[in-house]
Design a protein around this ligand. Structure first.
Ligand code: IMP
Ligand code: MG
Length: 191
């Protein structure tokens, strides 16, 4: 019921629940092959990655540990500044371990760029990134993704963990919002 009401705010579905399920399965299998016999820790970036990470670990067939880091990249302003703050750090020590960062969406890349630098300084055995979605042509800094689920055009999307003003994360698909939802909001950015 709630989901149906939320769905009314959606302009277009870009990635369906079936496509999501299939892709998460593929990624889970691939990561399980690549990290077989390795001490793997998945680091989910809060809050957006929590749904993807929860689905991903259930498609993995190898032992895996999880940890989370919460960072703020946008603040109240409408454009990414590149100024990133750690709101909640990892609980575990990652030195000598194989770390895979799990992100919901790669946009400008500034958040991941900061995070890669920060986590590298803790001397993991390896450090790679898995982003569920990547926006085409939007990156301001080069980001080397080991795994990427989907590439989408440069548009704002919600659902499957992605929010607008902290809502819509629970939609089981990824889609665009109707213009009427955000047109009076000064802090919103279209691109
Ligand atoms: P970046 O530093 O610009 O790459 O920002 C990445 C973060 O911005 C993601 O982790 C999301 O939280 C957020 N973000 C970027 N694009 C979107 C979008 O289209 N919808 C929802 N959140 C987004
Ligand atoms: Mg995020």
């Amino acid at each position: 019921m709630q989901n149906q009401m939320l769905a009314e705010d959606i302009e277009e579905v870009l990635i369906t629940p079936e496509q999501i399920k299939q892709k998460v399965k593929e990624l889970g299998e691939q990561i399980s092959r690549d990290y077989k016999d390795k001490d793997l820790i998945l680091v989910g970036i809060l809050r957006g990655a929590f749904i993807f990470l929860a689905d991903l670990v259930r498609e993995m067939s190898i032992p895996v540990k999880t940890d989370f880091i919460a960072i703020s990249s946008y603040g109240s302003s409408s454009t990414t500044s590149g100024v990133v703050r750690i709101l909640k750090d990892l609980d575990d020590d990652i030195e000598g371990r194989h770390v895979l960062i799990v992100e919901d969406i790669l946009d400008t890349g500034l958040t991941l760029n900061y995070l890669v630098k920060n986590l590298s300084s803790r001397h993991p055995a390896s450090l790679e990134i898995c982003s569920f979605v990547t926006k085409e042509g939007k990156q301001k800094v080069p980001i080397d993704l080991k795994y990427c689920g989907f590439r989408i055009p440069n548009i704002f999307v919600v659902g499957y963990g992605l929010d607008y003003a902290q809502e819509y994360r629970n939609l089981p698909f990824i889609g665009t919002l109707k213009r009427s939802i955000y047109e009076d909001e000064g802090h919103y950015r279209l691109t």
